[in-house]
Design a protein around this ligand. Structure first.
Ligand code: B1M
Length: 616
């Protein structure tokens, strides 16, 4: 006899996803929240299968989730088994820290060793978790995996993966074949062999989302390997968590891609769902007769307020009712989500089910506010406008040369940029003109295009790389002429957080704008950041955080700088960070995205320069 009984909720979910159910189910990925509520430190919770499963069962029962979700820190298992560095925390899930990536060049792929599912890293613990799910809660085991694309970004870093996809796709395909054939498929098949009742296996693939990659990249490098995996695993293979629905120009094409790896239902989640609105999802699902899984942003549960939680749940439940089949999904209840907000969420779901619907028919998702159309955008670069205006009137040979450099950066052609910058120098063109009116002006334009959603992350990344190639050519001349960089910036992702794609982009854009950048990497303590700042003497310190759980660490870092009366201005950014938060923690500046971060750094450096001049 199992200790926990979730049979009613499981029946409700299974009916809701097939024939439909009068009571829309409410499911949550809640491992971190369960860890906190169980009072078990992270390094114990994520290494002890019994405690992990019991903690999740107890919390799911106490809060009244329809079914528990046993998804563990699913992004880490295969990477850890391959030898990537894993950092553990007391107060959150472990994470892969890519300080020294396993694959830096093609030869490294041959050096990768296929992990043994029965002994490598924490793979054996996953067998135990699935076993505990059966014994403690009588739940059919669900083997989960980190999808090939996200796994590839762990073993070779996201930036390098993007570069190689564009420049050496064969290398990426070779890596993907290894990850599918030698890592994920054997691991999934070993779990299925142990648990033959397994109905399907489920992947997570956060990195393969728009706008971090384009839809074409998704097709070739994320979907392709997943379809290869489907042929090698002895049960259906699903993978349902690509974000980016609000970025595509071909929404139905994107959903068709999703359905190729999750044919049973359409999942759309916040923030994309809130921006798009529920109507396009309802229409598509009805046309295709598909159940929908609508995901509520976990920021809503973390930050509230109460009415926001209630209205979001009611709106999405109403949409599911209109479709006829589906469930509300809560993506990743974190360790800092207040218990009372989870209670409010569950109570709202129950209130909706009883027919008490104070917001019936009200649609907020999809409104201009939800789409963020009121948010500030960076102005078009005056430099570019001025340069183009001049070149329109008198197009000298030098102007044409600068135009070519500008275009080559926009075309992301590093070879062309190097050639053009070298010949501009040979023609004795002013190095500052090349820098400011060629390279930097082009990056300003790239920044505007990104802010306006005209280009995706890979294009910005490759343009920044081309710009850097040009910078390397002029750097010796700049140093010779005694021209200092515009300033120095120290960058870090704060403690507890290993997200670095955004921070790295900020770094590239800053270099592109003429700054010397020292990037400390990820998961940096306040003390480490302060110590390195004291040594490097930056004009600005930039902190990045992508997790609400790491925002307190950002606050601590700024507080430490203030307490020790450090003179370095601090700029903060990252998806959950807002201007209001920056004000509360007394940061000196905020950047909503990479181009706006550069604008803020410009402003702070200019302020410092003015202050120095006044003092002088
Ligand atoms: Co994670 N992750 N992740 N993740 N991940 C998010 C951030 C999340 C929103 C997904 C979700 O659950 N909805 C969620 C955070 C929820 C929250 O706290 N509010 C989350 C979570 C919970 C987690 C894990 C716990 C695992 C899980 O999902 N359950 C785990 C935590 C690990 C840890 O850090 N301790 C985890 C792990 C991972 C991967 C390793 C798989 C991978 C990171 C790979 C890497 O960075 N090397 C990953 C990814 C890729 C994401 C998503 C999909 C994308 C983040 C990203 O790179 N965006 C994200 C969900 C989403 O956004 N759809 C998600 C692209 C990047 C260009 O944007 O970083 O915002 P961004 O940077 C922007 C701006 O914010 C700004 O400029 C950039 C460019 O314009 N900016 C600055 C950034 N830093 C700045 C600094 C500045 C100024 C501006 O001044 C200095």
């Amino acid at each position: 006899m199992a200790e926990f009984d979730f049979s009613t909720g499981i029946k409700r979910l299974s009916e809701a996803m097939t024939s439909g159910c009068s009571e829309v189910p409410f499911i949550a990925q809640a491992h971190e929240f369960s860890m906190r509520e169980s009072g078990i430190p992270g390094d114990e919770f994520y290494t002890d299968a019994k405690k992990f499963v019991r903690g999740i069962c107890q919390v799911s029962e106490r809060f009244g989730f329809d079914t528990p979700s046993f998804i563990w820190d699913v992004y880490n298992i295969e990477a850890e088994a391959l030898g990537c560095g894993l950092v553990t925390f007391k107060d959150m899930a472990p994470a892969i820290e890519n300080v020294d990536p396993l694959v830096k060049c093609e030869r490294d792929i041959g050096r990768l060793k296929a992990p043994d599912p029965y002994s490598a890293g924490r793979m054996p613990m996953i067998f135990e978790i699935l076993h505990e799910m059966k014994t403690q809660a009588n739940i059919t085991p669900l083997p989960c995996f980190c999808a090939p694309f996200t796994l590839a970004s762990h073993v070779m870093t996201f930036e390098n993966l993007v570069v190689q996809m564009l420049e050496n796709p064969q290398l990426v395909h070779k890596l993907m074949r290894f990850l599918v054939d030698e890592v994920i498929a054997p691991y999934m098949n070993a779990l299925i062999e142990e648990f033959p009742e397994t109905e399907f296996v489920d992947g997570s693939d956060a990195v393969a989302s728009l706008p971090f990659i384009t839809q074409d990249m998704l097709e070739e490098f994320a979907l392709g390997p997943l379809e290869r995996l489907q042929k090698q695993v002895s049960r259906p293979v699903y993978c349902d968590n690509w974000w980016g629905d609000s970025f595509t120009n071909d929404l139905h094409g994107f959903w068709a891609q999703k359905l190729r790896v999750t044919p049973g239902f359409l999942k759309v989640q916040d923030p994309d769902l809130f921006k798009l609105g529920v109507q396009p999802v309802i229409d598509y699902a009805k046309e295709k007769n598909l159940p929908v899984v609508l995901g509520v942003d976990n920021n809503v549960f973390q930050n509230g307020p109460k009415q926001e939680i209630q209205m979001r749940i009611h709106e999405y439940m109403e949409a599911i009712e209109e479709v006829g089949k589906g469930a509300v999904y809560l993506c990743s209840l974190s360790a800092v989500t207040p218990a009372e907000n989870v209670e409010i969420a569950i109570a709202s779901a129950r209130q909706f089910r009883t027919g008490d619907r104070p917001w019936a028919g009200q649609r907020r998702a999809g409104s201009p506010e939800a789409r963020g159309e009121t948010s500030a955008r960076i102005d078009a670069s005056t430099d570019v406008v001025a340069r183009q205006a001049v070149s329109d009137v008198v197009a000298t040979e030098e102007d044409l040369m600068l135009d070519d450099i500008f275009d080559a950066v926009l075309d992301q052609d590093d070879g062309e940029v190097v050639g053009l910058v070298s010949s501009a120098l040979e023609k004795n063109m002013d190095v500052h003109e090349i820098l400011n009116e060629g390279l930097i002006a082009a990056m300003d334009e790239v920044g505007d295009d990104f802010s306006e959603g005209k280009i995706f992350v890979p294009e910005m990344l490759m343009a920044a790389r081309a710009m850097k190639a040009g910078l390397n050519v002029i750097r010796p001349v700049l140093t010779e002429t005694g021209a200092p960089p515009k300033g120095k910036v120290l960058l870090a992702t704060v403690q507890g957080d290993v997200h670095d794609i955004g921070k790295n982009l900020v770094g590239m854009m800053l270099e592109g704008a003429g700054y010397e950048v020292l990037d400390l990497g990820v998961n940096k303590t306040p003390e480490e950041i302060l110590e390195r700042a004291d040594g490097f003497k930056p004009d600005v310190v930039g902190l990045s955080a992508l997790l609400t759980t790491s925002m307190p660490s950002m606050q601590k870092t700024v507080a430490l700088f203030r307490r020790l009366k450090s003179e370095f201005p601090v700029v903060v950014g990252g998806a959950p960070v807002t201007q209001e938060f920056a004000d509360v923690i007394e940061a000196d500046g905020f950047g909503e995205n990479a181009p706006l971060a550069v604008a803020t750094v410009h402003r702070l450096v200019a302020l410092q320069n003015n202050a120095t001049q006044l003092a002088g």
